[in-house]
Ligand binder design. Structure first.
Ligand code: BES
Ligand code: MN
Ligand code: ZN
Length: 490
């Protein structure tokens, strides 16, 4: 259930809530206003519980008086270190621990340093509470959803804080939609079903949606999408979403990899390699989620989303190693490994974005295991053809609190993609697989500033951590919203 956020300019002791979530700094220093609401002897209780006030620590206590709300101490660490990322993180920790309370009051915002950007902190607070309380329960016979339905931000409010809380709730709702799609079993999200879910999400949200069926995809000569999709009984789709506000001067293209299940095709993955492959549409889910909130967030520039949707399966009709595909822009590709399928469908989508006259492109893709080897499970690889555009994406990720790190596109490695029979082959050598995948994509963007986020690691979490919950994370939604909101033609 979505959480509503409001402000109330009352002392914590006077708030009409079930639980008070209050900050405690490092070395058990109580945050502003906390003294009045905690039970007597709180120092001893913290000591005995081993609660030191570090980030991620929480301690649930009875209220100061018998009929007072319970108190949840939230560790926030060093006061100067309480930046927006930490506000988001500790808010999520609070939401997890407060799961059984319906109405939660918090003084957390009062603890951020005076010099901090208060609206940014308020937005992060809302994102943290909403994302920390996220659960995917669609297939539980006895779902136990968290009770938390309202968060009251206590203290100095103001219209800017109020608007920021609202914004955080909208962003978190987009992330939750993406998480739901990623967590949905592949058997329930064929390309056609994904396209329908996208249409349902986007209806009434100020965008135009076009869905290409297999005949339209063939007519448009999207050879990568057709090739990867031909092995599955579930035929491919291509979703294009256009947001064109009046007065927009520049156009941003968002491209998301939508492989609803990646078995590897005839270059079949191992059993364990397939376990998480329902998540191979995380880029696509993020792009649709972002497109769904641009109007509500008042984004001023034109944004177009390109979402190729396929299932990569082995069968008598599947593409074979050695087959040659012709991508939308005319480039021919020799498919030597059918498991390097993401780049084939992205090639068509990038070609279309260039044809449509995008001023800048960013793609989001669970593209390579090699990127996970390089950067682990929490950090996305950022590559690109244009330094200033790449820096804009990096700055957006920084503001959004999503971890990305630059990787190079070494021209020396480009020849690994030379094919004996076609213009390109779809795999490089044994090493640097994230980079050769990036170099492959680069062949389809021409001179348009382009950035590529390989999200193979952070698209999925193997455990709860901060605002992420085990399973699909919705990684990229926050970054792309920030990017669209402040988009400048590079
Ligand atoms: N979807 C995978 C990449 C992936 C692997 C994402 C593990 C998340 C977790 C992609 O389609 C793939 O299979 N890539 C291959 C490329 C190789 C065949 C060149 C890979 O990384 O092994
Ligand atoms: Mn693959
Ligand atoms: Zn894949």
């Amino acid at each position: 259930m979505a959480i509503t956020f409001r402000t109330a300019a009352v002392a914590p002791g006077r708030a009409d809530v079930d639980l008070l979530a209050v900050p405690v700094f490092a070395e058990r220093r109580l945050g502003p206003g906390v003294e009045a609401v905690v039970p007597p002897g709180v120092e001893v209780l913290m000591d005995r519980a081993g609660f030191a006030g570090k980030p991620d620590e929480t301690l649930l206590l009875p209220g100061a008086e018998a009929d007072a709300p319970a108190v949840l101490l939230i560790g926030v660490g060093d006061p100067a270190g309480l930046d927006t990322a930490r506000v988001r993180r500790v808010s999520a920790a609070a939401a997890r621990r407060a799961a059984r309370a319906a109405r939660v009051g918090t003084t957390l915002l009062e603890a951020v340093p005076a010099a901090a950007d208060r609206p940014a902190a308020a937005q992060a607070l809302a994102e943290g509470f909403a994302l920390g309380a996220y659960r995917y329960l669609a297939h539980k016979s006895r779902p136990e959803p968290p009770a938390i339905s309202e968060v009251v931000v206590l203290g100095r409010g103001g219209s800017r804080v109020h608007a920021a809380l609202e914004r955080g709730a909208i962003v978190a709702d987009a992330v939750a939609w993406a998480r739901d799609m990623v967590n949905t079993p592949a058997g329930e999200k064929s390309p056609a079903a994904f396209a329908r879910a996208a249409q349902a999400r986007l209806r009434g949200r100020g965008v135009r949606v076009e869905v290409m069926d297999p005949a339209a995809i063939r007519a448009a000569r999207l050879g990568g999408v057709l090739g990867v999709g031909q092995g599955s009984r579930q035929s491919p789709r291509f979703v294009k979403v256009t947001y064109a506000p009046a007065g927009a001067r520049h156009s941003l293209a968002l491209v998301g990899k939508g492989v609803v299940f990646d078995s590897g095709g005839l270059s079949l993955k191992t059993a364990s390699g397939m376990e998480t492959m329902k998540t191979d549409m995380s880029g696509a889910a993020a792009v649709v989620a972002v497109m769904s909130v641009l109007a509500e967030l008042g984004v001023r520039q034109r944004v177009v989303g390109y979402v190729p949707l396929v299932e990569n399966m082995p069968s008598g009709s599947a593409m074979r190693p050695g087959d040659v595909l012709r991508i939308r822009n005319g480039t021919t590709v020799e498919v030597l490994n059918t498991d390097a399928e993401g780049r084939l469908i992205l090639a068509d989508a990038l070609s279309l974005a260039v044809e449509d006259g995008a001023d800048a492109i960013v793609d989001l893709a669970t593209l390579t295991g090699a990127c996970m080897v390089a950067l682990g499970e929490q950090i996305a690889g950022l590559m690109g053809s244009h330094d200033r555009w790449r820096d804009q994406v990096r700055a957006a990720a920084e503001r959004a609190g999503e971890r990305v790190w630059p990787l190079p596109l070494p021209p020396e490695y480009r020849r690994q993609l030379d094919s004996e029979v076609a213009d390109l082959k779809n795999i490089g050598g044994s090493y640097g697989g994230a980079l050769t995948a990036g170099l492959f994509l680069r062949e389809f963007v021409g001179d348009v500033p382009w950035a590529h986020l390989d999200i193979a690691g952070p698209a999925r979490a193997s455990g709860d951590d901060g605002e992420t919950v085990k399973g699909g994370t919705g990684f990229g939604v926050r970054t792309l919203i920030e990017l669209a909101a402040r988009f400048r033609r590079p």
